[in-house]
Design a protein around this ligand. Structure first.
Ligand SMILES: [Mn+2]
Length: 255
């Protein structure tokens, strides 16, 4: 059995199929964690959802900010708003079975066998790892019991869900996430603002690798014990998979 994580697919259906083929993914034996933002921007969002449904229980979806934005529109948005980015996907989904993909989603995964923590955007290094794991698992359990939409609209969870699905930069002293800042960290000119992964020393007693997507401007990098896998497939980049056991990287580009 092999376990893989794949970065932001963003509706890039051909690249998703191509990468699964390249790693010889076998849904009967292997496991796949999708790091979120599976839909939106790319043209093949519905096909990606159908493929995930076909792969069945071999796939675990980790929610990204785009997936959450879609779910909010699907369940509570104005479906006559033709300018909304989710309008056409919502109209096209006439199969409730496809929406079940999201009801099995998680907001984070702790795979201690492979010593990896998987999230869409980032983790909260300002609290001990054991507390963070407890909080994430409690939210995952709520999704299992009450469905994904009841959890994302619940204000009790929104700060943590926002952080793990959206964070890029935080305030160095308060550790509060900085909203809507999306630049290459090398272009930062403010010492008080740092990428979230710079606080990883707080969890130095753990030997886990934190694997995340969401930040295509970083590309596929390793920063200490953090690894980013969003190589900007939807912006003409590659789609990247990580073998969680061997930590080998596999990439696919559709020409
Ligand atoms: Mn994202």
């Amino acid at each position: 059995m092999k376990s893989y994580a794949i970065g932001d697919v963003h509706g890039c259906y051909l690249e998703f199929l191509g990468l699964l083929h390249k790693i010889k993914f076998d849904p009967k034996k292997d496991k796949l964690y999708l790091l979120g933002d599976i839909i939106g921007r790319g043209k093949g969002s519905i096909d990606v959802l159908r493929e995930i449904k076909k792969l069945g229980s071999s796939v675990t979806l980790i929610l990204g900010n785009n997936d959450i934005s879609f779910l909010q529109y699907y369940y509570a948005g104005n479906h006559n708003d033709v300018h909304n980015q989710w309008y056409s996907i919502t109209k096209e989904i006439n199969d409730d079975e496809l929406m079940k993909t999201f009801n099995n989603a998680k907001i984070g995964i702790f795979d201690w066998e492979n010593k990896v923590i998987l999230v869409h955007a980032g983790v909260d290094f300002s609290i001990p790892l054991s507390n963070f794991e407890e909080k994430i698992n409690a939210i995952n359990q709520q999704i299992d019991e009450n469905g994904v939409y009841s959890v994302i609209k619940n204000k009790t969870f929104s700060t943590l869900i926002d952080l793990v699905t959206s964070v890029r930069f935080i305030n160095r002293s308060s550790c509060e996430p900085i909203k809507n800042l999306n630049i290459d960290p090398l272009l930062l000119s403010n010492d008080e603002i740092i990428p979230w992964y710079e606080l990883q020393g707080n969890w130095s007693s753990s030997d886990a690798t934190i694997v995340f997507g969401h930040w295509s401007k970083l590309g596929c990098i390793e920063y200490g014990s953090c690894m980013s896998l969003d190589s900007g497939c939807v912006y003409d980049g590659e789609l990247t998979a990580l073998n969680l056991t061997s930590k080998t990287i596999h990439t696919y580009r559709d020409n």
